[in-house]
Design a protein around this ligand. Sequence first.
Ligand SMILES: [Cu+2]
Length: 126
Amino acid sequence: MSRFFRVAAVALLALVIAGPALGGQTARAHTFLLWSDPAADAVLTASPEWVTLGFDVNPARGTTIAVLDEWGNDLAAGPTVRDGEKAGVPVWPLGPGIYTVTYTVVSSDDGHETAGSFLFTIVPAQ
Ligand SMILES: [Cu+2]
């Protein structure tokens, strides 16, 4: 019985040590946002014509970007366009307000989806 527990304890310890390393490798295979234009938390005085996101891995078909106003209306003026490691959407002319960019990116490496969001603000021009 004590031998069983010792073997079980060693197996459990191996899982505890290997678990985070395995998880880290899986996480690196996902696609992550590296930058955006407008940048996250940017304060602008005019509407962007496009919202563009840059990823560490080429986004695959199924990647979508929405640009939501404070009432949840999507102000993207067309479908999400992919170009290498970038994906973007044209937007309607935006007035002053807070906008939420939400995205779901499909990794061309492993097909996994990663979702995220960030804000930018447009203030009246002085
Ligand atoms: Cu993945």
